[in-house]
Design a protein around this ligand. Structure first.
Ligand code: ROI
Length: 162
């Protein structure tokens, strides 16, 4: 069993409902159990500003799935929620599911980089992680609590429980 951390983001349609539906879909993954979930946060878009605010959250799974198989499942859940890959860099999306961490793996291939490369700079990832796992170690980077110092919250708000 490995602890995998997932980042959830949505900014089109009913983004709160989409994130909650995605959490329910994570509960149906084979060989996996959702053990921790942050609150839901509203965040300003990173990337082009002319898009709606995002709803973000993080969740931890205890899972038997290899990272590559977990990624395939997450891409299927994105597609089930109407995600279309427009090819527009940093454009709006119905649902984005990222593997932030898969145990203490450090790796990179064409499909997946672990830890997720944006993790340590993105307030909409770090602050939800800090809410539920302040002592979590990010392999190669240090503990979440310490990383917050270099990452202003930038208008991030808790808006609801998951
Ligand atoms: N910005 C915010 N605030 N939240 C996200 O989840 C998010 N996801 C993205 C980009 C477009 C980089 N910007 C984001 O993929």
């Amino acid at each position: 069993m490995t602890t995998a951390w997932i980042g959830l983001g949505a900014n089109l349609g009913d983004a709160v409902a989409t994130v909650r539906s995605a959490l329910a879909a994570l509960d149906r993954l084979p060989g996996s159990r959702r053990v921790v979930t942050s609150s839901l946060y509203r965040s300003r878009p990173l990337g082009p500003a002319d898009q709606p605010d995002y709803i973000n959250a993080v969740a931890a799974l205890e899972t038997d799935l290899l990272a590559s198989d977990l990624l395939s499942h997450l891409q299927r859940i994105e597609a089930d929620h109407g995600r279309i890959r427009s090819g527009l860099r940093w454009g709006p999306r119905t649902l984005d599911l990222d593997i932030l961490l898969h145990g203490d793996t450090i790796s990179s291939d064409a499909r997946l980089t672990l830890p997720h490369p944006g993790l340590c700079q993105r307030p909409f990832v770090l602050y939800p992680l800090h809410e539920v796992a302040p002592q979590l170690a990010i392999p190669g980077h240090g503990v979440v609590q310490a990383l917050l110092a270099g990452c202003p919250p930038d208008g991030l708000d808790v808006i609801a429980s998951a």
